[in-house]
Design a protein around this ligand. Structure first.
Ligand code: UGA
Length: 460
């Protein structure tokens, strides 16, 4: 096995999960982080984000990951430099590339005649590779480097598993030697030779990752296209759920039929309140803008975004009808992170719904098992925030499950329901078992579930 020295710039969930996977491939990895608090945590063996397996993977006895603020140390010894900084949305829904360009400026003086591959892992608009290559060449006119686009497909909450067992590795480059270097970098993943997986008890997939050599523009677009397609599946299934509510069909049954068609696939067909998080909302809007700028009106994607924006309020309207208005009622929002097993509150549906319920006159309480403290900063003082489920449900008129945390799925609902003024739950993720909730004395409302229909009865 070829052991490389690799620099990974940015210690977010992408950078850290990638670093863990590359170390598990046998490489020596230098993670560069400029935030002193984050760096100090990592140096003392703590992980600054909630991500299953990440701590164990980064600090395994065999781990070769070190942490530094010094770009010079990391880049000078490395033959591959992976950039994993954020590309947050601009106010006009584009991608803010200032962190990426700042890194290019930082590494340019460190590049020399030793050939290096500079890998852009961050999600960037189509054409960024071309512009960034030009810029790096301007800043480092005689250095030997190849810029490569290598998008990630990691899911928060599963990022370590996705990093060591990717479905595919996409490399967008223009020089053959760069493709070759990237193949060496990912050699162990391509052959499924990752020892760490036994230690972490990660379930192995049936097949090895696909290796895809494409143009940089295709790699850049493919990343957005993948997220947009998954978002489309979610908006599609949510609209089918809405039609179920209007027609008396049952979304679980319809999904079982759809998902068993291999051409459609069962993944990403969970109906609910819609998608949130740091990726889908940002990337769908960015792709819509990329298309518009190129002169193309991506109608389908616009609809995906609109459906997602409306879905959460449709459910709230139903709750309003059930409660004869939410004004003056106490409603508890369950789950603030955008999905379970992460502490990420970006584009949080829970926060959004709490604010909307308050705007409609409800007394709002919120609960989250990991992010209550961080959420306090994002919510006005009038909205209660706590990590204590029972306290937040006591005397409530209704609760809305927004994030399917395990704590909710395994809760003693009969006990909790007895503490509520009205045992009414709107299950915004179809994550609870209706029969269990009925047995616990609840009025249960799902999304598109037939026997819990939220809207009018069909005219038979
Ligand atoms: C997403 C993609 O799944 C990753 O492949 C991609 O690498 C990542 O974005 C990224 O671009 O960095 P992530 O945002 O971590 O990953 O989370 P997902 O598991 O995709 O969930 C996103 C949202 O969709 C969540 O709010 C989730 O509740 C919702 N969702 C997901 C549904 O409503 N229904 C589903 O069937 C699946």
């Amino acid at each position: 096995m070829n052991t490389l020295e690799v620099a990974v710039i940015g210690a977010g969930y992408v950078g850290l999960s990638t670093a863990a996977a590359l170390a598990a491939c046998g490489h020596r990895v230098w993670v560069v982080e400029r935030d002193p608090v984050r760096l100090e945590m990592l140096r003392s063996g703590r992980v600054p984000i909630q991500e299953p397996h990440l701590k164990a993977a980064l600090f395994a006895p065999s781990s070769t990951v070190c942490f530094t603020a010094d770009l010079r140390i990391a880049v000078c010894v490395s033959s591959i430099v992976v950039i994993a900084v954020g590309t947050p949305p601009t106010p006009s829904h584009g991608a803010n590339l200032s962190q990426l360009y700042a890194v290019l400026e930082g590494i340019a003086p460190l590049l020399d005649e030793q050939p290096r591959v500079v890998v852009v892992k961050s999600t960037v608009p189509v054409g960024t590779h071309a512009q960034a290559s030009q810029e790096l060449r301007r800043l480092a006119p005689i250095a030997s480097f190849a810029l490569v686009s290598n998008p990630e497909f990691l899911r928060q909450g599963r990022a370590v598993r996705d990093a060591v067992f990717p479905d595919r590795i996409v490399v967008g480059a223009t020089q053959p030697w760069a493709f070759q270097a990237m193949k060496t970098l990912y050699g162990a993943l391509l052959e499924g030779q990752i020892s760490l997986t036994e230690a972490l008890e990660l379930e192995r997939p049936v097949s090895l990752p696909a290796w895809l050599e494409v143009s940089p523009r295709s790699a850049e677009l493919a990343k957005y296209a993948a997220n947009a397609f998954l978002a489309m599946k979610i908006s599609f299934v949510n609209e089918i759920a809405n039609v179920c509510e209007e027609t008396g069909a049952d979304i679980d049954e319809v999904i079982s039929v759809l998902g068993s068609d291999a051409r459609i696939g069962a993944d990403f067909l969970r109906a609910g309140l819609g998608y949130g998080g740091s990726c889908f909302p940002k990337d769908t809007r960015a792709l819509s803008q990329i298309a518009a700028k190129s002169g193309y009106d991506f109608q389908l994607l616009r609809a995906v975004i609109e459906v997602n924006a409306a879905q959460r309020y449709r459910a709230l309207d139903t709750l309003e009808r059930r409660l004869n208005g939410v004004r003056g009622k106490t409603v508890t929002v369950l789950g603030l992170t955008f999905k379970p097993d992460t502490d990420d509150l970006r584009e949080s549906l829970g926060i959004d719904l709490a604010l909307e319920l308050a705007a409609r006159g409800a007394f709002v309480r919120t609960h989250d098992p990991v992010a209550a403290q961080a959420a306090r900063e994002l919510l006005p003082a009038g909205i209660a925030v706590s990590g204590n489920l029972e306290a937040m449900l006591t005397d409530a008129d209704a609760c809305v499950l927004v994030t399917e945390w395990r704590e909710y799925l395994t809760a003693d609902w009969a006990r909790l329901g007895a503490r509520m003024r009205h045992a009414l739950v709107l299950d915004g993720r179809n994550a609870l078992e209706p029969t269990v909730m009925f047995a616990a004395g609840f009025t249960y409302l799902g999304i598109g579930r037939a026997d819990t229909r939220l809207t009018r009865q069909p005219q038979d």
